[in-house]
Design a protein around this ligand. Structure first.
Ligand code: GLN
Length: 447
């Protein structure tokens, strides 16, 4: 199996894979074969997994697809990597992404863009574009991505796979290169809900290295998939009367709502007055956190140092100017601005209050409903280069995904549709905090 994936990776032309771990993957495969024969293999024996290039794997390079981490090697495993390895998963590759997970098309990578394997002239989505493309193309069975505002779900939708963002805190962030710490979650990108559930149960649970990791023990998500119930589902009406959303995506969702009703579920439209504030709120708060998190890349401690640096000042300025790409710089500047003394209250503090309102309103909805249904993204995969000069249009890609990160709730994108343009697109379900097991169980019935 590993040899099969290695051949496919070598033949691939999508640029999804930044580094193939050929030797170590083959060696591990042999060890695991022995364990299988002895009946001592772990839950994930034989599962061949790729890692987004912002997750630490001891002794291997990790760069968040940024020049600023050129040459940097990780000296420890992310908690998720430790847990996957303990259950005998095989890690085969490091996968391309948008620089520091900032983007929606994988066009912000220092290592070049990734082609969507479904249609090669299209983007794979982002920021976990390499992860989505690698799974869709069959370069690995599953991949890990990270989701701060949709980076697992939107590329999953664009490439036709399952993408799962767990409840905030369900999965340890230890060893994930931070973008916006109060939003970031690692999650699985797979072909089936079952695989996503299995990977999640291995990764989840308390971790002494991440104080924001929940104290609740991991559940056996994969065993709970069979339950079938009749649910109460809300959909946000504005998402469906919205000019910015592809009409076929709207129509197919309306049809899905009718089908769910026929199956005996209650599905009702609700208003979410705060929808228009989501994108601005997300970009104010995440850029603030990013400007702080990315301050550590100073040209002295990690990776790249400019050759033009002659003293401490030029080490910072030149290394950061030459090491970071345009989108990362834009966000560091915006984040620094909203945190600056004169504007902190006007933007950052206000942003925190808006986030609280979004959370509270969301919690209220979940008192009445089990799930919220909405599209994953407003469009199918767009053309390479189509939106690169237009950050605002790019940011609007996140309109339906940032909600889950702002509220800290779990969300999944399932590849149940194909557009008449031949491209896949997903539908999204969100559930209340810590309701991951039910969300996965119900999602499995829709696939
Ligand atoms: N597209 C969003 C952004 O650019 C989401 C990124 C993410 O989830 N990491 O910020």
């Amino acid at each position: 199996l590993v040899s099969y994936y290695i051949e496919r990776i070598k033949a691939s032309e999508t640029n999804a894979v930044l580094e193939l771990f050929e030797q170590s993957a083959l060696e591990r495969a042999k060890e695991i074969d022995k364990k299988v024969k002895m009946g001592t293999a772990g839950k994930l024996a034989g599962m061949v997994i790729g890692l987004k290039d912002n997750i630490c794997f001891k002794g291997h390079k990790v760069s968040a697809s940024s020049k600023i981490l050129e040459g940097f090697e990780s000296i420890y495993n992310a908690t998720v990597v430790d847990r996957l390895l303990k259950e005998d998963a095989i890690i085969i590759a490091r996968l391309n992404c948008d620089e520091f997970a900032m983007g929606s098309s994988n066009e912000n990578s220092a290592f070049g863009n990734v082609l969507n394997p479904v249609q090669l002239d299209k983007v794979p989505g982002g920021s976990s574009g390499g992860s989505a493309a690698a799974v869709a193309e069959g370069l690995c069975l599953a991949a890990l991505g990270s989701d701060t505002g949709g980076s697992i779900r939107q590329p999953a939708s664009f490439c036709g796979i399952v993408g799962y963002k767990p409840t905030y805190g369900k999965v340890s962030r230890y060893g994930l290169l931070a973008y916006a710490s109060s939003f970031d979650q690692i999650g699985p990108m797979t072909h089936s809900v079952e695989d996503a559930a299995l990977i999640l149960e291995v990764m989840a649970g308390p971790d002494e290295y991440d104080s924001t990791a929940s104290q609740k023990p991991a559940e056996n998500y994969a065993e709970k998939l069979d339950e079938s119930h009749k649910y109460k589902i809300a959909y946000i009406t504005d998402c469906f009367d919205n000019e910015g959303v592809d009409s076929e995506i709207v129509d197919r969702h309306k049809k899905l709502i009718e089908d769910l009703k026929k199956e005996g579920h209650t599905v009702e439209g609700v208003e979410f007055e705060l929808l228009d504030y989501m994108i601005p709120n997300y970009y104010i708060l995440t850029t603030a956190e990013a400007s702080s998190n990315l301050a550590r890349y100073d040209g002295a401690h990690f990776g790249f140092r400019s050759e033009d640096a002659v003293d401490i000042e030029t080490t910072y300025v030149k290394s950061r100017s030459q090491g970071f790409g345009d989108e990362v710089k834009r966000r560091i500047m915006l984040g620094t601005f909203v945190l600056s003394a004169g504007y902190y209250d006007a933007y950052y503090t206000k942003g925190l209050k808006v986030r609280r309102l979004i959370k509270e309103r969301t919690e209220e909805l979940f008192k009445e409903y089990d799930f919220i249904l909405l599209p994953t993204a407003p469009s199918t995969a767009f053309g390479i280069g189509e939106n690169v000069d237009d950050p605002i249009t790019m940011y609007l890609q996140d309109i339906f995904t940032v909600h889950a990160n702002l509220a800290g709730i779990p969300a999944i994108s399932m590849p149940i549709f194909t557009h008449s343009n031949g491209l896949p697109f997903g539908t999204q379900l969100m559930a209340k905090k810590d309701d991951d097991a039910r969300l996965l169980a119900f999602s499995n019935t829709l696939m």
